[in-house]
Structure formats: structure tokens, C-alpha cells
Design a protein around this ligand. Sequence first.
Ligand SMILES: Cc1cc2nc3c(=O)[nH]c(=O)nc-3n(C[C@H](O)[C@H](O)[C@H](O)COP(=O)(O)OP(=O)(O)OC[C@H]3O[C@@H](n4cnc5c(N)ncnc54)[C@H](O)[C@@H]3O)c2cc1C
Length: 500
Amino acid sequence: MGGGTAGWMTAAALSNKFKALGFDLTLIESDQIGTVGVGEATLPHIRYFNQALGIDEPEFMKLTEATFKLGIEFRNWGKVGDHYIHPFGDYGLPADDLDFHQLWLKQHQNGGAGRLSDYSYPIIAAEQGRFRLPGENPNEIGSNFGYAYQFDAGLYAKFLRRYSEHRGVKRIEGRIVDTTLDAETGDIECVKLDDGQTVDADLFIDCSGFRGLLIEKTLKTGYDDWSEWLPCNRAVAVPCESRGPLLPYTRATARTAGWQWRIPLQHRTGNGHVYWSDHISDDEATHQLMSSLEGPALAEPKQLFFKTGRRKKFWNRNVVSIGLSAGFLEPLESTSIHLIQEGITTLIELFPHRSINTLDVEEYNERMGLNFERVRDFLLLHYVATQREDSSMWRHFRDLKLPDSLQEKIDAWMHRGYVIKYEFGVFLPPSWVAVMLGQNLQPRGHDPRIDRFDMRELRQKLDTIRDETALQASRTPMQADFLKQHGGASSTPLATATQT
Ligand SMILES: Cc1cc2nc3c(=O)[nH]c(=O)nc-3n(C[C@H](O)[C@H](O)[C@H](O)COP(=O)(O)OP(=O)(O)OC[C@H]3O[C@@H](n4cnc5c(N)ncnc54)[C@H](O)[C@@H]3O)c2cc1C
């Protein structure tokens, strides 16, 4: 149900995994309703999704006008004027059993170690507009990082549609207007389209977007509203012509009542302003966005409305919700497409054999619940690890009661720079370190095991890593040049984008 990013990612993955088993897969989408039309920035995990489908990276880059992404730059989050990049990868190199940030922390607490960012290859390369694939040797600077993509979501859906139809997925164009429930079980028996056609199935995957057509409108599953923590509830989005070098990162600039994204693609730049409507009018939010575009707008600004939170059950009866129908968390860390991927891979692992097993459903709901909660905590961290008090929105976060899970994470960090780890949840400790230090949460202590290094030895280690990082970054090609060999779309004048 639905042919947005969620629908076609699901169709592609299921056709790849299950077609040989003789399953019939049908995707219904309505051209008249269309898709949400945003969702261009991703996390590194999407590479594994594409690889599992056997997708050729340069071809994918070319056909989706994609760019590479080494992280996200946050501007004005800790304080107005601050900026840092949350990189996809570890800082420095670990020393035996110790995380690198502990080395930096001790040096920092004893007279300064410069920016933590200077010990991150993906950050330095990103700041200079450079990109290459990770090196082979995991113990070398320039190898222990990941990367993601920034792509045109409409082109990605088209790309996956071709892939899926080639593997036998049947596509029906039409609007679903009604559903029939099995009188005995309460499961969905079939859906009815506006042309009178009915489609029945054993399992329905609801990728109908914010509407949640089956999971909510039909099954009334319920929604956990997380607005008390993540109150931004609207966005306005617009693409514009690109200017300047092709940067390999997404930017999120904090504003007085929300934040603004900038996503550079090969053929254009995506922009949007996510805001809390209690603190700014729609007109003012649109004005702020339109007056800060780097080039002429390529379309009219589009407004979107949402409520952050999650479906009470992601899988209910014979309906699994994937994508916006499952829940929504604002795109500050590009997590929605990742949660789609997580939903698909978990569903494949627990895919019903002949009938639906309640234990599998519970496991699915538990795992997806943890994934959503942990993303929520990570996003909220950006709003509360701040010294900003310059607007009513920022003052709101000053006294907010945090979820216990986030409060514990911050407390453990402040004590001695320790990041509590868990099995499920997309963001690993280096991501938490990036945001906590990037937004000026300086721990009071450090890991005592660091004290086995004397200060001179520590300084030397750090200097070597910083110098090697700078050297490796300086040898990295500009992204625009790299793309020419690795997926540049022919429509794009990449040559004009190489100068920094
Ligand atoms: C402002 C904003 C910015 C975002 N930015 C990012 C980002 O940078 N990175 C990221 O990972 N995610 C982002 N997202 C989320 C991302 O856009 C979505 O996760 C992704 O596009 C998937 O959407 P979807 O497929 O669930 O829904 P949609 O794109 O809305 O697709 C729904 C589909 O269901 C069909 N449909 C609906 N009703 C019917 C019906 N009655 N009959 C037949 N068909 C029907 C529609 O036609 C459509 O094909 C953003 C979201 C918003 C709101």
C-alpha cells in the first residue's frame, strides 16, 4: 500500500528475498494523491540496503542525482555562532582498549587539545568539500568512516520501481477507498479501489504515508504523541539552484523557532524549515526560508504538517506499517529512511510462514519501538544540550523533563565521558560524542585508565593523529571530481562546482 520511498523500498527488498519462494507481491499507489515529496538525506546503513539488492553504486548515483554524505553540519545549536559536524565514523584511532575521545578529553582537561573535529578524517574532508571511498585497512586514518547519500527521493522511488517490477512486483495505480475486515478474526481481507477493483492478500504492508490508511484509519491502532519532547510540527520545503562547491554533507541550521536544512544534490539543493507553529507564523517561517536560499527557487514552497511520535503497534493483525504510517520523527538526523530500512529488515527476519505468529509480532513491535525511542532521545539531545535562551522556543527546552533514558545517558556522559551502549538503536557512541561535545557538554572527568599515559606521550599521540588526518584529507579529491568517475549524472555541470 503506497508507492513513496517506503513502498518501493519494501517492494524491492521483498521481491529480492521472496520472489523465488513464489510469493505474489502487489503494490498499489495513487498518482492523484502522490507522495510526500521530501526525504533526501540518508544514513550510511542505506548502502547495505542497496548492496543487498545488488545495486551498482555509480549507476544509482547517476540515476538519482545523488551526492555523497560524510555527516551533518550543525550550526547555531549550542550557541549562536557555533558549528560542528556530526561525522559518520570514529574519531582518531583507539588506543588499546580506550575510545579515542577519552585521550582527547584528558588532554583537553589539561590545557587544550584543539578541536575534537581535527582528529576526524570525514570532518576535515567534508569541510574541504572532498570525498573518496574509505580505505581498506581499518587501522589507518581515512578508513574508519562510513558515508551515506543525498538523493532525489522521487528518482530513488522510480529506480526501485523499475527494480521491483523487473522482479515480478505487480503495480496497480488507483485510490483505495474502502477495506473489508474478516468478520471472525478482524484481519483485513481486501481493499477496494476507486474503479471498483478489489485486492485481497494474506499480509498488508501499509506504506500510505501520514494517512496510515490501514494501520490507523481501518484498524485504529493508536498513536503515541511525542510532541511534549519534539514539538516542531510543521515544515516548509523548497528546492533551489545550487551555488558554490558541491559539499559532501547535509546542514542543519538552528533558528529561533526550529531549524533549516540544506541538502546538496547534483542537480539542485534541497531546503526546508522545520518549525514549531506556537512560536512562529507560517508566513514568517516561509519568509525566513525563502530569504536565505543560496540560489533561485526551483518550485513553489510546499507546506507539510506532522505530529512527532509513533504508532502504538507497528504491526497489528495482518498489517505492518512502514514509513510515515509507522510514525514520524523530525528529519534533523536523517533517520526516517533508516527507520524504513529497519522496518523492512526486521520484517524479513520475522516474515510469517503460513500464518502470523503472535510472538513474532511482539518481537517486531518491541524492536521497532526501541529504534524509534532511541532516535527520539538523540534528536531531543540537540534541543536540550544548548546554551541558547534567545527565543521562547529555546527557553521552553531549558526546564523540560527529559525521558529517563536520555537523562541517564547525559548524566553518565557528564560524569566521565562515558556513553551508555545498547543493542538496538542506530546511533553508536561516536555520534553521541559528536553532538554532546559539539554542543558544549564538557564532562567533569575522564576514564581513569587514560592516566597510564603521561601528558607528553598523550600529546605526541594526538599530534600524530591530527597531522595524519590533515594529510590524508589533503590527498582526497574534491567530491565533484570524484563523482565524475563514480556516478556523475550527465545533466550536471560538475566542473563548475570544484573550486572551494
Ligand atoms: C519535512 C520532512 C522532511 C524529511 N526529510 C527527510 C530526510 O532528509 N531524510 C529522511 O530519511 N527522511 C526524511 N523525511 C521522511 C521521508 O520523507 C519519508 O520517510 C519517506 O519519504 C517515506 O514516505 P512514505 O513512503 O512513508 O510516504 P509517502 O511518500 O507519503 O507515500 C505514500 C504513498 O501512499 C499512497 N497512498 C496514500 N493513500 C492512498 C490511497 N488511498 N490509495 C492508494 N494509494 C495511497 C500515495 O499515493 C503514496 O504513493 C522527511 C519528512 C518530512 C515531512
